[in-house]
Structures are given as structure tokens and as C-alpha cells.
Design a protein around this ligand. Structure first.
Ligand SMILES: Nc1nc2c(ncn2[C@@H]2O[C@H](COP(=O)(O)OP(=O)(O)OP(=O)(O)O)[C@@H](O)[C@H]2O)c(=O)[nH]1
Ligand SMILES: [Mg+2]
Length: 349
């Protein structure tokens, strides 16, 4: 097992020195332009947050430290909305309609959409998918769209996506993340979202699949899309409510009662205004630092487990009280943990 460990050693000290340097002017300029929602600088910064090289790790740390040091200038704290559900349920169409309405009704709002696509390559395209009918005013910088290919990332989509949300939270008011599937990806998207919506098709058995997967408690909100006709909407609502009642035998009853349900038709623009109103209400709730710490800790644990397995987790448990492990940026914590492992190995070998 030990031979699979990532490289550690004196180079980490050099890395630490580099991390302590001030943010390079070039990155500072990019941040200022990104704050004005210029698309190319945002795309450049996102690339830094997505790539897993040492150079990008340093830059990521410097950017996050800079943002933290200038809370007056970078005073946004976007709400992250995770939108998930079965393939073809209409997630992109719905997101498109919701974004259009939100931008129309709120002149000062800015939205970033991250579409996690299991099949395609990354693209910084300005369109919200090829299949949707929604056409955005291309010059409107208040909306930023990015698609991320999930299969290119060995560590799973979530850590890369999480890094990007760390940046985008400081630049936008709302971040919407679209993911596909029923199962693991819902749980993952929930970890990096402040609020998770599950989009389902009417009477397609989605809720049954969801119950079978035992993850009915994951979404905060259920959306039945493609409710083009009222009769269909009524039937679907009834079915979902019965499923939720059934599921509440297994999940916390109070939790099950708190779930919101929306019936929408992206095609006929039904239920969109109600959904927009709800999204706005969510943005008005302040995201607590505890929640952000919890998200970061989840990804720190995940990284330790992926890189070092149970061995690493054991070491982490022993050092969990270590002040350095509990403070600084995620990059500093990772670097420090690598050093802890290196020191431990020196002692035992
Ligand atoms: N009848 C009807 N069709 C819809 C509605 N919303 C979306 N569609 C159609 O459903 C198909 C899939 O829509 P998408 O928005 O691409 O669905 P998606 O969930 O993003 O799909 P994936 O990202 O591939 O999982 C498209 O042909 C849409 O035009 C709706 O409210 N009613
Ligand atoms: Mg889609």
C-alpha cells in the first residue's frame, strides 16, 4: 500500500515558501476583471481551480487567501444550488428558463451555471447545452455558463467542481450545478450545494428508483418537470406525495415533511415564476461559515482517503486536533497533511 503514496519530501517546504508569496499581479488583474463578470478572465481562473498541478495548487491558495483578505472588495457569497435527476428530465431546459426569468426580474443578480456532463469534453461555451431551446442574450455578462466533463477527473467530479465553487461563490450571487443520475452523484452534489433539487419526469417511476436507491432524504426540493398538462401534474403530485409518505417510514418524518415540491413545465413555462421566487428566497439566507467548513472538511477527508486510504485516515484521526490541520486554506491543509505523513514514515522506516 505504501508504495502508492504521493510524492512527499523537502520539495513541500519550497512549496510552502512559494504559497506564502503575495498574489501575482497577473492573477490580481484577472480577479478584478472576473469580478466585473468578464467571461474570459473567469474561464482562465476556473481552469486554475480545475487543474491539479503544483503550480495551480499554489495559485489556488494565493487566490483564496487574497479573496479572504479582501472581504470588502469581494463581498459576494453565492448560494450553491445543486440540480440533479434522471437523464432527459429537463434539467437544462428548466435551468435555462429559471435563469432567463431571474435575470429579467432582477437587474443586479449574477448567475454561474456549471453543467457536469459525464460524456462530453470540457467547454467554456456560452450556450446552455445544445438541446435546450433557451437562447440567452450573448452579451449579458450576468450569466456565466461552463460545462465540466466528469470522466476526465480520476478523483470524481466533485472535488474539481468544489474548487470551482470556492472561486465562483465570491464572484456571483447564485451558482447552479447540473448533474445527471440517480445514486452517488446526488450524494456528491449535495455535499457541495447549499440546496439540492431533484428533477423528475411525471409518472416515469423516477421516485420509485430513488426510493430503491435509499436516498429519498437527499434532495431538499423535488421538481416534477414536463407537467405540460394540469391533469398530469395532479397525478404526479399525488404519486410523489405517497412516495414521500412511504419513504418517511425510513427517513426522519419531520425531514420528509419539510421537502418542497414544485410542478413545472419548461416547455410551457409553467411553475417557473414560483421556482424563481423560491430560488431568490434561498439566496437571501446567509450561507454560514460552519456549512462552508463542513463542505471543505468533507473534501479534505475524501482526498486523504483517495490518496492514502485507511492508513491516511488513521493518521488524520490522530492529528485532528493539530491546529495547522484545522486552519488555513484547503491547499495548506493538504500540504501540511502530506508533511505529517512524510514525518510519520521517516519515524517508522
Ligand atoms: N414536454 C416537455 N418536454 C420538455 C420539458 N422540459 C424539457 N423537455 C424536453 O426534454 C428533452 C430533454 O431536456 P433537457 O433539458 O436536455 O434535459 P436534461 O435533464 O438536462 O438532460 P440531460 O442533461 O441529458 O440529462 C428535450 O428534448 C427538451 O426539449 C417540458 O417541460 N415538457
Ligand atoms: Mg442537461
Amino acid at each position: 500500500m505504501l508504495k502508492n503514496l504521493p510524492e512527499t519530501g523537502p520539495s513541500d517546504e519550497a512549496l510552502q515558501t512559494k504559497m506564502d508569496e503575495a498574489l501575482p499581479k497577473e492573477l490580481e488583474d484577472l480577479l478584478s476583471k472576473a469580478q466585473q463578470h468578464e467571461k474570459w478572465p473567469i474561464a482562465r481562473l476556473i481552469s486554475i481551480f480545475e487543474r491539479n498541478t503544483t503550480e495551480n495548487l499554489i495559485a489556488r491558495h494565493q487566490i483564496i487567501s487574497y479573496l479572504n483578505k479582501h472581504p470588502g472588495k469581494f463581498n459576494k457569497q453565492a448560494m450553491v444550488l445543486g440540480v440533479t435527476g434522471t437523464p432527459g428530465a429537463g434539467k437544462s431546459s428548466l435551468i435555462g428558463e429559471v435563469c432567463l426569468s431571474l435575470l429579467k426580474q432582477n437587474t443586479d443578480i449574477s448567475i454561474a451555471v456549471l453543467a457536469i456532463d459525464p460524456s462530453s469534453h470540457d467547454s467554456g461555451g456560452a450556450l446552455l447545452g445544445d438541446r435546450t431551446r433557451v437562447i440567452f442574450p450573448v452579451k449579458d455578462n450576468r450569466l456565466f455558463f461552463r460545462s465540466q466533463a466528469s470522466q476526465l477527473d480520476l478523483g470524481g467530479m466533485s472535488k474539481r467542481t468544489f474548487h470551482v465553487t470556492r472561486l465562483l461563490r465570491k464572484l456571483f450571487d447564485i451558482i447552479i450545478i447540473e448533474t445527471v443520475g440517480i445514486g452517488q452523484s446526488e450524494i456528491e452534489v449535495q455535499r457541495l450545494s447549499d440546496h439540492t433539487c431533484l428533477v423528475m419526469q411525471p409518472l416515469a417511476g423516477d421516485q420509485v428508483q430513488f426510493m430503491k436507491a435509499g436516498i429519498m432524504e437527499v434532495p431538499d426540493t423535488f421538481i416534477i418537470n414536463k407537467c405540460d398538462e394540469d391533469a398530469l401534474a395532479k397525478k404526479s403530485l399525488h404519486l410523489l406525495k405517497s412516495s414521500l409518505k412511504l419513504a418517511s417510514i425510513y427517513v426522519d418524518h419531520q425531514e420528509a415533511k419539510k421537502k418542497n415540491i414544485f410542478l413545472t413545465s419548461a416547455l410551457k413555462r409553467k411553475g417557473i415564476d414560483e421556482l424563481c421566487q423560491f430560488v431568490i428566497e434561498q439566496t437571501q439566507e446567509k450561507v454560514h461559515q460552519d456549512k462552508l467548513n463542513e463542505q471543505e472538511n468533507y473534501f479534505l477527508h475524501k482526498w486523504i482517503k483517495q490518496a492514502y486510504g485507511e492508513f491516511g485516515m488513521g493518521i488524520y484521526e490522530n492529528f485532528a486536533e493539530d491546529k495547522q490541520l484545522c486552519s488555513g486554506t484547503l491547499e495548506q491543509k493538504e500540504l501540511h497533511f502530506k508533511q505529517v505523513i512524510a514525518n510519520f514514515l521517516k519515524q517508522v522506516t
